[in-house]
Design a protein around this ligand. Structure first.
Ligand code: C2O
Ligand code: CU
Ligand code: CU
Length: 449
């Protein structure tokens, strides 16, 4: 069934205005940094649609339900072109924030879409060609949370037991100012910000908690473990809930990926600190560092348990892909004079290779191959896909379970994924979500016709 690109003559359930504008924020005592931020307004819909933490540079968290009809007016009050992309949402290409749709300063772009996605943690950020990295780094990003019945019926830890964190690194220079320093490797920071704030200590109540993370960094990959390798129960991924909880001790976490997990804080005494730490990506190379500290406070009065089953949504049957045994191959390589490329091609606004033309309604197998020494988190716009194979996979701990929109392709890895192209026709992007790689041309269009 082809979905329409918008909800036609129906009235939207929710109308928002999101403005991108310049602002100032103090990072170090007294020193002001120039930043850019998204400011949100609810023109129609429940108050709970937008949430913003005081003092945060991030855009407001948008929270909606599956099936909601949404209209968003994006107002560009920056001095350069921009456009918003709804990362992970299954929307038509007009609503996807394609670089082609980027609007000039003082202009407005109107999005009209139905939330087709399942419950999950999605996000939004700019997507103008060549400037995504800088615009995100300057502060333009926010969470987009979707809720649905299936999730609600599970009685997962909620309210103060549901903790959502956007993790970003930023470079604060000696003067105390934010500085964007891109290179072929990406832009890295010397500080970690959580939810747009420099504070990384949070209080948790004893008992089971639901923790959701978004890696909102431009380029930094984490190798996480919680409390020196205690078990966490992964319940969800980029595209919502897994079928059942999956036990993890340690996981790589690349830009744009999300993880949703349950963690039990029962054995800790009040006042104890539990650390989320990042280990070196390669054993013995570099030091581990703390990203979040949880302070266990009072006993929770709510009793939650880990569900045995989470979701009934069936996996994609690999045999659905006609090309299962001869997947389309995408090699992630640098090319002299172009920058980072996919199969030797940099970004082209209106050109398609054969493998980039896809018949509507088909299911295809794609294989990303990374012959370089640098990891590439690959993201495909449009619907969520699934990983069917990763090899030779020298690095253990990539988040491949469930429904994904971004997968980490480690050096030497081949990652085979399966994707249904059955929701919208049109032009969509696939690219490396190391935002400097993306801006240095590691991005292409594919066309569903
Ligand atoms: Cu999160 Cu095309 O990006
Ligand atoms: Cu995206
Ligand atoms: Cu890359």
């Amino acid at each position: 069934m082809t979905k329409i690109s918008s909800f036609g003559k129906d009235e939207p359930d929710i109308v928002l205005e999101i403005e991108a504008k310049e602002t100032k924020l103090v990072f170090e005592s007294g020193i002001e940094s120039n930043l850019w931020c998204y400011e949100g307004k609810i023109l129609k819909g429940p108050k709970s649609t937008l949430k913003k933490a005081a003092g945060s540079y991030l855009g407001p968290t948008i929270e909606v339900k599956s099936g909601d009809k949404i209209r968003i007016k994006f107002r560009n009050s920056l001095k350069e072109k921009s456009i918003i992309h709804w990362h992970g949402l299954d929307v038509s290409h007009e609503n996807d924030g394609h670089p082609r749709s980027a609007v000039k300063p003082k202009s407005v772009y109107i999005y009209d879409f139905v939330v087709e996605n399942r419950a999950g943690m999605y996000w939004y950020h700019p997507h103008p060609h060549g400037n995504t990295g800088r615009q995100v780094y300057m502060g333009l990003a926010g969470l987009f949370i979707v809720r649905d019945k299936e999730e609600q019926n599970l009685n997962l830890p909620s309210n103060e037991h549901e903790l959502n964190y956007v993790i970003q690194d930023r470079f604060i220079n000696e003067e105390g100012r934010l500085e964007y320093r891109p290179s072929m490797m990406g832009a890295f920071g010397n500080r970690i910000f959580i939810n747009g704030l420099s504070k990384n200590k949070f209080k948790v109540r004893r008992g089971l908690n639901r923790i959701r993370l978004l890696n909102g960094c431009n380029a930094r990959i984490f190798n996480f473990e919680l409390d020196k390798g205690k078990d966490v129960w992964q319940i969800g991924s980029d595209g919502g809930l897994l079928k059942k909880p999956h036990r993890l001790k340690k996981f790589f976490f690349a830009p744009a990926e999300r993880i949703d997990f349950l963690f039990d804080f029962p054995d800790y005494s009040i006042g104890e600190i539990v650390k989320l730490e990042s280990l070196p990506l390669v054993d013995g190379r570099g030091k581990k560092y703390t990203v979040i500290e949880f302070e266990v406070t009072e006993e929770s009065d709510e009793l939650y348990s880990i569900p045995t089953f989470l979701s009934n949504l069936p996996d994609i049957n690999p045999r659905e892909a006609a090309n299962l045994n001869s997947p389309k191959r995408f090699e992630l390589v640098p090319k002299r004079g172009v920058g980072w490329t996919i199969n030797g091609h940099g970004y082209e606004e209106n050109r398609y290779e054969n493998e980039e033309l896809i018949k509507f309604g088909t299911t295809e197998a794609w294989e990303f191959y990374n012959p370089t020494g640098i990891p590439h988190p690959m993201h495909i716009h449009g619907t969520q896909f699934q990983v069917i194979k990763r090899y030779p996979s020298e690095f253990e701990g990539c988040l491949d379970k469930g429904w994904k929109d971004t997968i980490l392709v480690m050096p030497g890895d081949r990652v085979k994924v399966i994707n249904r192209f059955n929701t919208f026709k049109g032009d969509f992007l696939y690219h490396c979500h190391n935002l400097e790689h993306e801006d240095m041309s590691m991005m292409r269009n594919f066309r569903i016709y």
